[in-house]
Design a protein around this ligand. Structure first.
Ligand SMILES: [Zn+2]
Length: 108
């Protein structure tokens, strides 16, 4: 479908499913700005009874779990891109550094 969003789920390195983040790209109409929504399952920062109520509602009424989400503006997308680029460069540099130190026998 033309206006179907493109979704990307990122799992947390720790493996906890409630730490997963969903990025949803809405391409929108040709003259509109595209939008990226960032969503997480809303847990942790609410009180005990709110979490119990949410859990019971989910168990007995079904539907989806509660999500918190933010819509990224153009600057935020640029900042996210920079952050990912820096992470990628640092990861590559450190991987090379570890490989070199391992080759020299400094790291095992
Ligand atoms: Zn985690």
């Amino acid at each position: 479908m033309k206006n179907e969003p493109t979704k990307l789920w990122i799992d947390c390195k720790c493996g906890a499913h409630d730490h997963s983040i969903q990025f949803t790209l809405w391409k929108n109409e040709p003259l509109e700005d595209p939008e990226i929504y960032v969503s997480m399952i809303a847990t942790g920062n609410t009180g005990f009874w709110t979490r119990v109520k949410d859990a019971l509602r989910y168990v007995f009424k079904g539907g989806s779990l509660t999500f918190n989400e933010a819509i990224l503006d153009e600057n935020s997308v640029e900042e996210l891109h920079k952050l990912v680029t820096i992470h990628k460069l640092l990861s590559r540099m450190r991987k090379t550094k570890r490989a070199n130190l391992t080759a020299l026998g400094v790291l095992k």
